[in-house]
Every structure is written in C-alpha cells, then in structure tokens.
Design a protein around this ligand. Structure first.
Ligand code: SF4
Length: 361
C-alpha cells in the first residue's frame, strides 16, 4: 500500500497539470488565429489601397493623354479631290476643285514638320492631275530637300505618271503606291478604275519597272469589294514584288460614298468581315500583305484635306477641323479624331524611308 499512494498522487498532479496546459494551449491557438486574421485584414486593406492608387494613376495618365494633342507623325495630305477615274466606292470624292497655292501648301508642310511630322503621303483625288504632276513634284522635292523628312510617299491610280516625272523627282520620293483592285481588266472596268482604252494592269507593270530603274520603293494598294473578293491575286502580286501590299476592306463614309449628299454609292461594293477574312486567308502566303479591316482603318489615319483641315471620321463621316494655316497644327489636330493607339496597332509606323529599306533594286 505504501508504494501505491505516491504514484496515485503523481497521477493526480500530472492530470491537473495537463488540464492547465490544455487551457494555455487553447488560449494560445485562439490568440494566434486572431492575430493572423488581423494581419490578413490589414494586408487586404493595404493591397486594396495600392490598387485604388494604381487605378487613379492610370486614370490621371489617360486624362492627361486625352488632353494632349496627338503628334502628327504620319500625315496623309489629300491636296486635290479631282480625279480622272470614277471608282464606285471612292471615299474622297470631287466635292470641290480647290487646290491651295503652292507656297501656302509648303507653309503648311513646314508647320507639320515643326509639330513632329516624319512621314508625308500625298494623295487625292489623283495627285498627278494637278499641273501634270508638277505641283506634286514641287511638294515632294520641298519635303525631302528642304524639310528633310525621312519619308515622302504618294498614292496614285498611276494612269497619268510619265517617265519624265521620274527623271525629275524620283530621287526625292521614298515610296510610290499604286491602286490596283484586280488583275482582270473587266473587273477594273466594273469598279470604275479606268479611263477610256487605257489598260490599268499593263500600266502597273510599266510603273513597277520605272520604280526599279529610278530607285523608288514600289507599293500596291487594293480595296477588296463585292467584285474582287473571290479573286486569287497571289501569282501576280508575287511577280510584281512590292515592298508592301496594303489590302483594305471597302469602307462606307457618309457624305462621300453613302447618304443623300454623296457623289458615290458604295453600298453595292461592301463586303462582310467574314468575306474579307476569306480573302486574307486565301492570300496568307504573300509575305508583304498588310491587311486593313474597316475597324483598323477608320480612325487610324491623320487625313488633311485640300484646305489643310484634319478630317475626323469618328462619326462615320468626314468632319473638318479648322485649317492648320489659320489655327496652327496643335489646335487643329485636337479635332482630328485620330486614334494614336490604333495607328501603332495597325503597324502605321514601319520602315518608311527608302534609305532604310535596303532594297535590292
Ligand atoms: S482613283 Fe482613287 S481618287 Fe480616283 S476615283 Fe478611284 S478611289 Fe477615287
């Protein structure tokens, strides 16, 4: 018996101690759980605060960006609306015959250069129509020789270009883009790309040769529409080997080729996005192809009209700003509707100087 008592006492002591320990342990666990929850809450609050701060920062940057006028890096100057062709979907029609005096046009180009312009593209109408290409030649020379612009280019239907023009002005020109929508002359006639007996496709071949001979980068622009959407142009384009083949989806512009006051009716030329995708898919092996859907095209060009007003296409029609000759570039460009992000997204900034293109003529 005398052995049993101390053991029983020790057992009692131990169980009392265990009871104490389990109380302490459970208090500790609740304390730790409480602390963890408090830390988590603090962490969530702080990360919420951080994301609120970042969102406010982005908003502020966006607002600042919106208030800042875009830089007119690449400008399309449609100095004339007159043309010798009658394309049914034309979206810069002959609404006026006005052309600025040469010296005023040069003044405007200087203002654009001072505002950051690096590339000028002359377009129309048909830019070679005015003064048999002399007016255009003078502007091209001025932009390269006096303004030292990295890139000077022209978009033309090609029908009025003579070799003598190349002899006088090719050295000042980086890129010549010729519009060609079909290699089937009948389709060109249906579209309205043609004048009398002139063969648009044969002319294209001649211009390609001159571009090679006189060291001008050669480009082709095609508008995909109801009449050419099924065509396969792979072989002809590869044979002509342009530096770029711009493929546009036929675009509807109120007041130009749609609506009551329009001079053209584009409705019967329009194609769906799926049809456009189908054309692109058929030509996907052509490496120089640069596609432009309606979506990409609409607000991603800085368009200057014959009065040197920026044309805003945001509302589906061309709404003019004031002329840069009257209010300056910074003020006028605010109303251009230009989407700088889309311009970059569609690859608007590319190697555009013939010196950098390193062509194997
Ligand atoms: S060639 Fe160009 S400017 Fe002339 S009618 Fe055709 S699309 Fe219009």
């Amino acid at each position: 018996m005398w052995v049993f008592k101390p053991i029983a006492f020790a057992g009692k002591l131990l169980s009392a101690f265990r009871l104490q320990l389990s109380c302490v342990w459970s208090s500790l666990v609740s304390l730790l759980l409480g602390l963890r929850a408090a830390f988590r809450l603090a962490g969530t609050e702080s990360s919420r605060h951080q994301s609120r701060k970042a969102a406010a920062e982005t908003r502020r940057e966006e607002e600042e960006g919106m208030n800042q006028p875009p830089t007119p890096l690449s400008v399309n100057y449609h100095f004339t609306r007159q043309c010798n062709y009658k394309c049914g979907f034309c979206f810069h029609t002959a609404k006026t015959s006005f052309v600025l005096p040469l010296e005023d046009a040069k003044r405007g180009l200087l203002l654009l250069k001072e505002a950051g312009m690096e590339k000028i593209n002359f377009s129309g109408g048909e830019p070679f129509l005015q003064d048999r290409g002399e007016y255009l030649g003078q502007l091209v020379k001025f932009c390269k020789e006096e303004l030292h612009l990295p890139s000077v280019s022209i978009v033309s239907n090609g029908s009025l270009i003579r070799e003598r023009w190349f002899r006088s002005y090719a050295e000042y020109l980086d890129i010549l883009a010729i519009s060609c929508d079909s290699f089937d002359e009948q389709v060109n006639v249906l579209i309205g790309r043609g004048q009398g007996k002139k063969n648009h496709v044969q002319n294209l071949q001649k211009l390609r040769t001159w571009c090679r001979d006189y060291r001008v980068a050669f480009k082709i622009n095609s508008v995909i529409n109801r009449f050419n959407v099924e065509e396969d142009m792979r072989e002809q384009i590869k044979a002509l080997n342009p530096v770029r083949w711009k493929v546009f989806q036929c675009l509807r512009i109120e007041g130009e080729n749609a609506g009551e006051d329009a001079l053209r009716e584009a409705e019967r030329f329009l194609i769906s996005d799926e049809e456009f995708e189908g054309f692109l898919h058929r030509h996907k092996e052509v490496s120089c192809l640069v596609p432009e859907s309606n979506q990409k095209m609409k607000d991603s060009y800085l368009i200057l009209d014959e009065y040197m007003r920026f044309l805003n296409c945001r509302n589906g029609r061309k709404e003019p700003s004031k002329s840069i000759l009257d209010v300056g570039v910074e003020e006028a460009v605010k109303f251009s509707g230009f989407d700088e992000k889309m311009f970059l997204k569609r690859g608007g900034k590319y190697v555009w100087s013939k010196a950098d293109l390193q062509l194997d003529w």
